[in-house]
Design a protein around this ligand. Structure first.
Ligand code: 5GP
Length: 145
């Protein structure tokens, strides 16, 4: 998919927001929803998405929504750090298939990194154990401030 296109409200994140698909929820407020990535590139890989948005990517988004979203990303990233004590955090976001985007509802990835531990492949590999994701989500949620 190119950078241009129409928002499809059948995308997986829209379904998660509507409660039609399960997710390991970390945090939500009136603006953002954070949950565990089911194909984690590292332990604690968390996604943060805007709740009221029809933006497929960063370029589409309204400034006011973007402001709340990045504040949510920072808040969740601080909780990931406090919960899991990584050496570093990758915070990333893809726009368009050629860049690696696979889900077309704007989102940020928070990927903890530890010295000497390789990062996994993007959006592939084995689906994580739901019980493990739930436990991680609870650990991170406990550190939201
Ligand atoms: P993108 O490739 O668009 O930047 O990121 C989409 C992310 O969503 C990928 O990291 C992928 O692993 C994750 N993902 C795909 N399907 C699901 C799903 O059904 N639930 C959750 N929690 N994550 C998903």
């Amino acid at each position: 998919m190119s950078l241009d296109g129409t928002y499809d409200d059948g995308n997986i994140f829209a379904k998660i927001l509507r409660g039609e698909m399960p997710s390991a929820r970390v945090f939500e407020d009136e603006h953002v929803f954070a949950f565990m990535d089911v194909f984690p590139q590292a332990r604690g890989h968390t996604l943060v998405i805007p709740k009221h948005s029809h933006a497929r990517n960063l370029l589409d988004e309204e400034p006011a929504v973007l402001c709340e979203l990045i504040l949510g990303v920072q808040r969740v990233a601080r909780a990931v750090r406090a919960a899991l004590n990584p050496d570093a955090l990758v915070i990333t976001q893809f726009n368009g298939a050629v860049a690696g985007q696979t889900v077309y509802h704007l989102h940020f990835h928070i990927i903890p990194r530890w010295e000497g531990v390789a990062v996994g492949r993007h959006a592939s590999g084995a689906m994580a154990d739901p019980a493990e994701l739930k436990a991680l989500a609870e650990q991170i949620a406990a550190k939201i401030s």
